[in-house]
Unconditional design. Sequence first.
Length: 250
Amino acid sequence: MNKNVLEINNLEIDYGIVKAIKGINMVVPKGSIVAILGANGAGKTSTIRSISGLTKVKAGEILYNGEAIHNLPPYKIVGKGITQSPEGRLILTGLTVEENLLAGAYTIKAIVKDGVKISRSKRIKELLNETYKYFPILAERSKQQAATLSGGEQQMLAIGRALMGAPELLLLDEPSLGLAPLVIRDIFKIITKIKEDGRTILIVEQNAKQTLKIADYAYVLEVGKVKTEGKAEELLNNEELISAYLGGSH
């Protein structure tokens, strides 16, 4: 049985008088894609931001490989092997494509592997090559200003930048937002490939149908609670659920 990379137990998040998350439980098994679905305001982004340290947790716990990480500073969480591709991409517009990617590698350190020391610069070069394999268009545009990329290319850059931190757990917040259907399909194919190569992925999405096609398991949030959960394949075939909570059946 796969061990769980991430466990969320009785999580509560408050924004003053607004209770955004009301005691949810989730697990993310190693090597899986787990989705958090739901309408706007359901608490999806609050949940993912609490994992990356950007939102404070009021109660409950977040365990990463058995270690409590809730309310740690974001840079410490990145250093432990969790990186996030944020909603809205947050591309560094004054920098080139490659400079954006290198910004994602700031926590990378030299390591010893099989008795051989691999320098920081060598590791970063390897990560860059790996990222360019997933996103060849970024290699072509490496010296271009990031601001000149299309929306789809900027989304690829946001995911690529997160991969440059060599994460064990990759957090994706609304990767399909504002993109054309063909571009979404391409990005979701690449997300599947990243999983096949051994990474664990937690994805927050409004695009339920597309996400359930690539996910292993999903949680559907409604006003800060888990309304339902299950294997992605089973949820995908539940038309009533799709139309009631996930924005229609198309």
